[in-house]
Design a protein around this ligand. Structure first.
Ligand code: DCP
Ligand code: MG
Length: 400
């Protein structure tokens, strides 16, 4: 039987790298993607004029940054003002999701030409089952994984050819280890490993690097004196079960020992499609009624367009509000018939809004459509989910 060879591929500084394709003069510079600034315009000599971080005022967050900006301490999810303090001269570019989605499709299609068994994990990462791909199992002189290594190089080269972008790849016997390995030698890294490499490459890592150990579980582990994956591996399995419950405790022990049998799932139905926005300044439900109404309608239109593009209709329409004290409320309503119609979504979302006491200023508004099905498909058919396929569907200590 063939050894399992699972790859995890993650694009390097994805949004930033896509932007550098159209602004190549920014290569080598600290660049931050985030906020809603204007797109750069050309000056009289045809050169782009860029906004710098120190000109920013607002509450936007960094979605990603080039490695040069990261070297200054800037990272994803950091407030732009804080980033400005660290890297005042960094160039700031607005996000352009349509463009990132386009490149996302391109790189996935490029990989699919070589290895068709792909699990989509979001805009910039995929798992690839290489087990049956021709050549993957080849062994070279003194290298049992020569075939896997070569295949990873081929995939990396094809992605670059198709997109101009670089990515990092981990190849191991399972998804858990591959996800850890793809991150080890970014950017442009290829890390091929087996269980034998666990003590040297994986055990020194902080436990929270494991996908499924979130901030809460990491903090709890730390309070128990466990910081690294290796320390977690040394902890007694039964003791972990006592501390974290049967499912999560056992999973922690398996994870630390690099045990993971999850298959690469080539397709999964989305559970819901949503859009949300954080305002530049808090908006008052009465005083800013018109502005809010406009944003609300735009969100509904965007969700409707997302549904249409992905080919879904949905029955449950929901809203999410966050007030200036960071309190979040959600409301939803289930329609008789599924829809992808912007006006219908707007009506249902409006009805949800009426059920929320609007007393404080708002900082965030979101619209979601769930209970998705394909147009024409019987809406009442409940989708059966695989209860055992993915340990992350277990009642995890952290929900991520
Ligand atoms: N992203 C985001 N908000 C975050 C983290 C990421 O919007 N808190 C976006 C921007 C990233 C993309 O998702 O470009 C992919 O996320 P990654 O974590 O893979 O980050 P990068 O691809 O930017 O960098 P890396 O080279 O570390 O993978
Ligand atoms: Mg990435």
């Amino acid at each position: 039987m063939n050894r399992r060879l699972i790859a995890h591929l993650d694009m390097d500084a994805f949004y930033a790298s896509v932007e550098l394709l159209r602004y190549p003069d920014l290569r080598g510079q600290p660049v931050v993607i985030g906020g809603r600034g204007a797109v750069p315009e050309r000056d009289a000599e045809g050169r782009y004029r860029y906004a710098r971080l120190d000109s920013y005022a607002g509450r936007g967050v960094v979605t990603t940054a080039t490695y040069e900006a990261r070297a200054l301490g800037v990272h994803s999810a950091m407030g732009m003002m804080k980033a400005a303090a660290l890297a005042p001269h960094a160039v700031m570019l607005p996000v352009d999701f349509d463009r990132y989605r386009h490149y996302s499709r391109l790189f996935k299609a490029a990989v699919a030409e070589i290895a068709p068994c792909i699990e989509d994990r979001g805009i910039d990462e995929i798992y690839i089952d290489l087990t049956e791909v021709p050549g993957a199992q080849d062994t070279g002189q003194g290298d049992a994984l020569a075939g896997a290594r070569e295949l990873a190089r081929t995939i990396q080269a094809r992605v670059r050819e198709a997109t101009g972008l670089s990515c990092s790849i981990g190849v191991t016997p399972n998804k858990l280890l591959s996800k850890l390995c793809s991150d080890l030698e970014k950017p442009g890294g290829i890390v091929v490993a087996t269980h034998d490499d666990l003590p040297v490459r994986i055990w020194p890592l902080p436990a929270r690097r494991i996908n499924g150990i979130g901030p809460k579980a990491a903090a709890r582990l730390e309070s128990l004196g466990i910081r690294t994956v290796g320390e977690l591996a040394q902890a007694d399995r039964q003791w972990l079960v006592e501390q974290f419950g049967a499912a999560y405790g056992a999973w922690l022990n398996d994870a630390a020992h690099g045990r993971d049998e999850r298959p690469v799932v080539t397709y999964s139905e989305p559970k819901s499609i949503s859009r949300e926005t954080t305002f530049e300044r808090d908006l008052h439900p009465r005083m800013d009624r018109e502005t809010l109404g406009g944003i609300f309608t735009r969100l509904c239109t965007q969700v409707a367009a997302d549904l249409a593009r992905k080919g879904y209709v949905g029955r449950t329409i929901g809203i999410k509000l966050r007030d200036d004290r960071f309190r979040t409320v959600t409301r939803d309503v289930t329609l008789e018939q599924p829809t992808a119609d912007a006006a219908e979504i707007r009506r249902a979302a409006g009805a949800c809004l009426k059920r929320v006491p609007l007393e404080r200023r708002l900082r965030l508004l979101g619209v979601r459509v769930g209970s998705l099905c394909r147009p024409g498909e019987a809406a009442a058919v409940a989708r059966v989910r695989d209860p055992a396929g993915d340990p992350h569907t277990l009642p995890l200590f952290d929900s991520e």
